[in-house]
Design a protein around this ligand. Structure first.
Ligand SMILES: Cc1cc2nc3c(=O)[nH]c(=O)nc-3n(C[C@H](O)[C@H](O)[C@H](O)COP(=O)(O)OP(=O)(O)OC[C@H]3O[C@@H](n4cnc5c(N)ncnc54)[C@H](O)[C@@H]3O)c2cc1C
Length: 246
């Protein structure tokens, strides 16, 4: 079947790991599609107090929304959809969704926590059974299949939001390094930081002048004031076994 959608990077799962991976690959101008079905487990948290940068903690729904918004701004195309099958193809991978879509991607990042059923059609992915299923990777998130990565909890990272987000970022950067994108670091620096030392601006880096920095900071201040103007309206999700509404 001819794929309905093609992209450089397909990210499966929209929790902190998938969102962080998508942020980095989209910022590197890799055409990035993120499919998510269901709720990231972080929605069960009642108040997130160990995510660096929030001295009094942060509402976990709010943090997920901000991560999603940041990925969107970077150009990551986020859609709802459940991947039910993944296969290798001549150019990368073909994914089938429960909604009947067929997607082609050069690279795939699986960030689905303990969901591995869509990986059974690929040889070379080692599934670890530790009561829950995980995917075996190297220390940069590469599976045994070239172009296929696992990020976050799925890659057996510790069950902490900052760690899985950081791992998603690691996987994103690893994928960029493994691709044909010219890349040094994803850095924004003051004007002249490289070029006033006779260095070319490294790929992936940007120098900005004072006016541009002030403009970006003003937008950042306004955005955060607006997003944090009110408490988040949603309650944390309860564990399914203790929900009384089902
Ligand atoms: C009650 C509770 C409280 C917690 N409190 C804290 C805390 O205080 N501090 C802390 O650091 N951590 C906390 N955590 C842990 C933290 O939430 C997780 O470690 C982290 O969110 C895992 O992120 P992830 O991106 O790997 O997975 P997830 O966030 O679970 O993301 C996986 C996503 O993939 C989707 N998905 C699955 N299969 C498919 C598919 N086939 N196709 C498309 N999408 C799919 C899922 O629906 C989900 O949205 C808590 C967890 C729980 C349960």
């Amino acid at each position: 079947m001819t794929p309905e959608l093609g992209c450089d990077v397909l990210i499966i799962g929209g929790g902190p790991a998938g969102l962080a991976a998508g942020l980095f690959t989209a910022r590197a101008d890799l055409d990035t599609l993120l499919l998510n079905d269901g709720d990231p487990i972080l929605r069960r948290n009642a108040h997130l107090e160990n995510y660096p940068g929030f001295p009094a903690g942060v509402n976990s729904h709010r943090l997920l929304e901000l991560m999603g918004e940041q990925a969107d701004r970077a150009g990551c195309d986020r859609r709802e959809g459940r991947v039910v099958d993944l296969r290798e193809s001549a150019d990368g991978f073909i994914a089938e969704t429960a909604e009947g879509r067929t997607l082609a991607a050069r690279f795939v990042v699986a960030a689905t926590k303990n969901t591995v059923d869509f990986l059974t059609g690929i040889d070379g992915v080692e599934i670890l059974d530790r009561g829950k299923a995980f995917v075996d990777t190297d220390d940069r998130g590469r599976t045994g299949v070239a172009g296929l990565y696992a990020a976050g909890r799925l890659a057996a990272q510790p069950h902490q939001a900052i760690i899985v987000a950081g791992h998603g970022a690691t996987v994103g950067v690893t994928l960029i390094e493994d691709s044909d994108v010219d890349f040094y670091h994803d850095w924004v620096t003051p004007e002249g930081y490289f070029t006033d030392r006779g260095r070319e601006l490294p790929p992936g880096c940007e120098e900005i002048d004072k006016a541009e920095r002030e403009s970006r900071e003003a937008e950042s201040v306004a955005t955060m004031q607006e997003r944090f103007a009110e408490p988040h309206p949603e309650e944390p999700q309860q564990h399914p076994s203790v929900r009384d509404d089902e």
